[in-house]
Design a protein around this ligand. Structure first.
Ligand SMILES: [Zn+2]
Length: 666
């Protein structure tokens, strides 16, 4: 044993993208940021990679806490950081890989999807863990030693999956332990108050193997996350150091990483003051992984049959009305949780065998291929090369697309189990909408590939899912979640045609999951869309006509087959069209466009098209300058004062509410 004290930081955000496009959806409540990932990055993640502390001589000192802590970053957040905040992702990688012991001592892997593993089917548990390890291997070039479990949800079967894939330890909370046993001693019952969290424990698994468990110190963890303890880093360090010396063991404060800077403003500073003092004044080791290298657990722990850190009833929070909830209002019911879980379980049970069977015609082993698909998601192997590795015979383009479509359908089914969908009080909110969208992508893929349509049967199962907050249920919840964002290759192509016709050279050649190529043939635009994850390629001819200052009409098949209007394009496209319309072809200046539109809307009533352009520009993904904020505020107030139409009212009111300092979520 040896005294040590430090922090485990659990960083996580749910996947926030439109899963058809692979682009993050705008979240009004996060304004002036595009979405909550952007906002929390500014408040917390970017702050945590480089903290300025006063040095001993009064001069500022750069302090990097992540290389001295224990960290897990949910893969869905990590993927977002890679793409939209690469400075943060790179800084994290640099800090942990350059620290003594490297990433395996500092960073725990995590299952690829934030799913409650004890509620998942055995093969899904195994693949989620394998995909998480593949992601870690790709990022750090080494295998992980530890793995964080979503919501610390655990049972013996889950731990067996971890041990089977080479994981040495996990971190749990003290309320998950039931009995402990000293070497050669008898089992002694424990509870949260009596468990000695200063030592590492061994959990013996059914097959005789074992895995190490470390528990967060419950009292300090709670007071840091929900009390005011983080406000005084010096005091916190001294309390942690006293406890570590008294026990000659580990004092680990376990909390969401967002505690430091997002939930508690300046919490990042408090945590760094504490960490630096633990290191320098108290001379203590602070990294859990490093401390564990000197520990061979001799005590055993027996865990509750199934448990998690934010439910007092096992894992019922994610499948029943157990009473554990965040954000509940008087009169609300949680009886929607069970039918939501049952509907998604039914979808998994229905689509899984279809996917396996369809894969079996092309790959040697569907099970091996799906287990290995994590390397494709991680970016270690290109999709087409992956198919070559697993195919029965050298695949042609159609076979490659077939295999990748099926793997993607399965991936989307797994993403639909993201646990946030059950966490909050009402299923009409974004967290539940997100999982329904993943389900819809899988349903669309199976319809397209196998000609089998299970949508109606799935939606029927959602009937008992009721949102009290929005006064809707079942199919209406489904429509609200899915209809506005559901996308087809033709719709992506039409939007690309409009962007090409309006923005000229500033038109994008890729958009989320899609690569775009446009060629002009007289008044026809020939658009080829390539969906990169599946290699699916379509070429369609479009005609584009501008029908108003902010309105476009795109037809294909000589106008007989279909028509797309501006409402079909997606906000990122509308914003770019509006920038060109206001600033001249090729303009990508959001602030200038907003200022111009604001000036126009101060002088005349807004049309629904104006409002759509305004909302799209206001939500355009970018760093929002003070000029941009002022322009949005002027335009919104002018529009709300004069507006008569209903078109985008909800969005406008949402933005105005945030501007007024009203309620914000997240
Ligand atoms: Zn509960």
């Amino acid at each position: 044993m040896g005294a040590a004290a430090g922090f485990h930081l659990h960083f996580y955000q749910p996947p926030r993208e439109n899963p058809w496009l692979g682009l993050p959806s705008r979240e009004v409540s996060a304004w002036p940021f595009h979405d909550w990932n952007e906002r929390i990055t500014a408040e917390c993640y970017r702050a945590m990679v480089a903290v300025e502390l006063a040095g001993g001589d009064g001069a500022p000192e750069l302090y990097e806490p992540l290389g001295r802590s224990s960290v897990d970053v949910g893969p869905t957040l990590q993927h977002w950081l890679d793409r939209y905040a690469p400075d943060v992702g790179d800084a994290l990688t640099d800090q942990v890989t350059s620290a003594p012991g490297g990433a395996p001592d500092l960073v725990l892997a995590a299952p690829l999807v934030h799913a409650i593993l004890p509620l998942a089917r055995p093969e899904d548990q195994s693949r989620l863990v394998a995909w998480g390890i593949a992601d870690y291997q790709h990022r750090y070039g080494v295998a992980p030693r530890g793995m964080w479990l979503p919501e610390t949800a655990v049972d013996l079967a889950t731990l067996a999956v971890l041990a089977d894939q080479g994981i040495e330890f996990t971190v749990l909370m003290a309320n998950q332990a039931r009995r402990v046993r000293a070497p050669g001693g008898a089992w002694v019952p424990v509870d949260e108050a009596s468990l000695d969290t200063s030592r590492a424990y061994r959990v013996t698994l059914d097959d005789g193997a074992s895995i190490t468990v470390v528990f967060g110190q419950p009292d300090l963890s709670r007071r840091v996350a929900f009390g005011g303890l983080i406000a005084d880093g010096v005091h916190l360090a001294d309390v942690m150091a006293d406890a570590a010396r008294a026990s000659d063991g580990m004092v680990l404060v376990v909390a969401d990483g967002e505690t430091y800077g997002h939930h508690h403003h300046f919490g990042d500073l408090g945590m760094c003051w504490a960490l630096r003092r633990l290191e320098r004044e108290h001379g203590l080791a602070t990294s859990l992984g490093t401390w564990l290298r000197g520990e061979t657990p001799t005590w055993e722990v027996e865990l509750a049959a199934v448990s998690a850190w934010s439910c007092a009833h096992g894992v019922e929070r994610w499948r029943s009305d157990c009473g554990c909830v965040t954000g509940e209002q008087p009169g609300w019911s949680l009886d929607w949780r069970a039918p939501l879980r049952e509907a998604l379980d039914w979808l998994r049970a229905t689509l899984g065998p279809r996917i396996d069977e369809a894969l079996a015609s092309r790959v040697r082993s569907p099970d091996a291929a799906l287990a290995d698909y994590g390397r494709v998601i991680a970016g270690t192997v290109l999709p087409a090369a992956f198919v070559v590795e697993h195919a029965v015979e050298p695949p042609d383009d159609a076979a490659t697309e077939w295999v990748l479509e099926l793997c993607e359908a399965y991936r989307n089914v797994l993403y639909s189990f993201t646990s946030c969908a059950w966490f909050f009080a009402d299923p009409g909110e974004i967290e539940t909408a997100i999982v329904l969208r993943y389900a819809a992508v899988a349903i669309d893929a199976v319809r397209r590939l196998l000609g089998e349509d299970v949508e109606a049967a799935f939606v029927e199962r959602l009937a008992p899912v009721r949102s009290t907050n929005h006064g809707i249920a079942g199919e209406a919840i489904w429509r609200r979640a899915v209809d506005l964002v559901r996308t087809t290759d033709e719709r992506v192509g039409a939007a690309a045609a409009a962007e090409f016709a309006t923005c000229g050279l500033a038109a994008r050649t890729s958009r989320g999951h899609y690569d775009l190529a446009v060629a002009r043939d007289d008044d026809v635009l020939v658009v080829t869309t390539t969906h990169r994850p599946t290699t699916r390629r379509r070429t369609v001819e479009f005609r584009v006509r501008r029908t108003g200052p902010f309105d476009w009409r795109v037809t294909y098949g000589n106008g007989r087959e279909g028509v797309f209007t501006t409402a079909d394009f997606g906000e990122d496209v509308v914003a770019r069209l509006a920038m060109s319309a206001l600033g001249g072809e090729g303009s990508v200046d959001v602030d200038q466009a907003l200022s111009q539109l604001a000036a126009q809307l101060l002088a005349r009533p807004a049309t629904p098209e104006d409002e759509r352009a305004l909302v799209a520009l206001a939500g355009a993904a970018r760093v929002v300058s003070p000029i941009g904020q002022a322009a949005v505020r002027r335009a919104l107030l002018a529009t709300l004062a004069t507006r008569e139409s209903k078109g985008w009212g909800e969005e406008l009111v949402g933005l105005a509410t945030v501007l007024d300092g009203g309620p914000v979520g997240g």
